[in-house]
Design a protein around this ligand. Sequence first.
Ligand code: ADP
Ligand code: MG
Length: 311
Amino acid sequence: MTLIKTFHLNKTFKLKNLKIPAVEDLNIEINSNDFFALVGESGSGKSTFLRLLLRLTKPDKGRIVFKDMDIWQNSKENLKDFYHSIGVVFQDPYSSLNPRMKIHTIVEEPLKIHNNKYEKKEVKLRIIKTFNELGLNSELLKLYPHQLSGGQRQRVALARALILEPEILLADEPLSALDISLQASILNQLMEIRDKRKLAILMITHDLNIVRAVSTKIAVMHLGRIVEEALTREIFREPLHPYTKILLASIPGFHRREREKIPKISTEDKASWTLKGCRFYNRCSFRMKICQEKIPPLKSFNNRKVRCFLY
Ligand code: ADP
Ligand code: MG
């Protein structure tokens, strides 16, 4: 079943005399059995896409449909099913958990917001169940966020996102602030939860290594455009786009303490956003004359897509 589908989605930011088409003609389909990874370096438009999905930023053009609901054509009142069906988690558990609330209050909040229709007993059972799934000790419920470790905090953020038993988890760099062993253990738990609950996942990350073993599909985003999309095993068997090749070849650094923020535009990117043709032109070792003149279309073949004149 299709959960989320976008049609020609566009969002351009204007900074002085620079236009940044952070999301350009994005057509993405996420199904209920997908672990969909959206990957690309910082500044490629991944978080902007999520903000459009969450109705936090309004698209300039295009549509986003959740099941049969156009999320920008409906009022928030009409979107109860949508908000009930998604769980959201961001990179930075330090700022996403209210420091003045006890963990218990933080985790039960979504249940309260949604009509209060859950009985006390049900709330308790759900919290315990979710905590168990994430390997969290229920003793933590009495504490405040600052009394928890980074890994515990991100698990609490996940527990809150999963407490309503959503159909899809939308996660923006959820593991990027954690070290590699923590990343692996949280990913394992997420995979078990995904199996048990039939949970779809959209994971946004700059780190292909994180999603390598777990995702079913990968879409690679570069300066606002999807440049490649395929099954994860196909991407790793044979990356087609020169940018995907570079991403695969780069060894990811870990233990990043980068905070969730709007990325600064590098001088290199500044020049590339305004290119008439392919935005990867300046970095590409396979570039041809046509790449400078025309935007390469996203071509479909063999069940995969690539935006490059080489194919
Ligand atoms: P990513 O999540 O892939 O790192 P973002 O979606 O945060 O990328 O940003 C994509 C581009 O859009 C960047 O060049 C960024 O500077 C720009 N951008 C994002 N949000 C804003 C905003 N609110 N105002 C202006 N520019 C923005
Ligand atoms: Mg981001």
